[in-house]
Design a protein around this ligand. Structure first.
Ligand SMILES: [Zn+2]
Length: 300
């Protein structure tokens, strides 16, 4: 029997959020807690358990599906979590550990895939057959949705555009490569570049919002748009998605949709580029909504 309720857990590096959707995708319950990853994996599981218990109580213990979105992905070979930037969870059999802890079947999906699915079905991507969802937050993630379903790929890495190398002489990344997209245009990567090149500590938000007098900072900003253009044009030239939706903290930066898009369009292999590149509509909610939606089996 199909469940009428879908519980989603968005496991982020700083916060964990839970939401309950009904069969009409209406949010019935929502709550969040800090991840406090420095306290270790057992603590993270306890936080998840606390939130899940409250969610189940909110629907009087009725039958439900359970999905969890996390950075990284579960290896199809070893069933262990890999590539998460919450490093203490890498190498753990996350699915079986959580199923034991929560006493319920769980579907685990990459957080950027959850974002992409939520925007495709309920946000900026409604009505488009294919969507590439981009996260530009602490790191850079991505997810592909075709015909309302997440494209996972045989290695479960489809859409991992954050670790495409766009400059082999660029700075080193935790993934082992140099000059990944993430090191240039994630919030964290941008802040590190500012620190490395100027010695000063400046948040990505301040960097975009204050007038820049320093020549080095101006160069970093121009380079940022160029790198954004390279990164997005590379993937548009391969996938040619019907729409690209941006998420994560940096997606609120208005100049991305003018100076940024100009640099993308200059590199798309077409006479008149037309790919819409737009801001998300669900904001902070996309991750947890997408985590709940995957309980409906929307992967391929
Ligand atoms: Zn990398």
């Amino acid at each position: 029997m199909a469940s009428n309720y879908h519980i989603g857990i968005d496991l982020g590096g700083t916060k964990i959020e839970v939401a309950v959707l009904d069969s009409q995708d209406k949010i019935l319950f929502r709550e969040r807690l800090l991840t406090e990853a420095h306290l270790g994996s057992e603590h993270i599981f306890n936080q998840i358990h606390t939130l899940y218990s409250k969610a189940v109580k909110s629907i009087q213990n009725q039958s439900h599906t359970l999905g969890l979105g996390t950075p990284g992905s579960i290896s199809k070979k070893t069933h262990l979590l890999k590539n998460s930037n919450t490093l203490c969870l890498n190498g753990l059999p996350l699915q079986s550990l959580l199923e034991d802890k929560l006493v319920h079947d769980i579907i685990i999906e990459n957080d950027a895939n959850c974002f992409a699915l939520a925007e495709a079905l309920m946000g900026a991507g409604r009505g488009y057959a294919s969507l590439f969802g981009v996260i530009m937050g602490t790191g850079c993630g991505g997810g592909i949705v075709f015909d309302g379903k997440i494209r996972q790929g045989p290695q479960n890495i489809a859409g991992e555009w954050g670790h495409m190398v766009i400059d082999p002489h660029g700075s080193s990344c935790y993934c082992g490569a140099n000059g990944c997209v993430e090191s240039f245009i994630s919030g964290g990567g941008l802040e590190k570049r500012i620190k490395d090149k100027t010695g000063s500590t400046l948040s990505a938000i301040d960097f975009f919002n204050m007038p820049l007098k320093d020549e080095t900072l101006k160069e970093i900003k121009q380079d940022f748009y160029v790198r954004f253009g390279q990164a997005l044009a590379n993937l548009i030239n391969i996938l040619d998605p019907d729409i690209v939706v941006l998420g994560g903290g940096l997606s609120n930066e208005k100049s991305l949709y003018k100076e940024g898009i100009e640099e993308v369009y200059a590199r798309i292999f077409n006479d008149i580029p037309t790919t819409p590149i737009v801001r998300n509509q669900l904001g902070d909610s996309a991750g947890v909504i997408g985590s709940a939606l995957i309980g409906r089996g929307l992967t391929q």
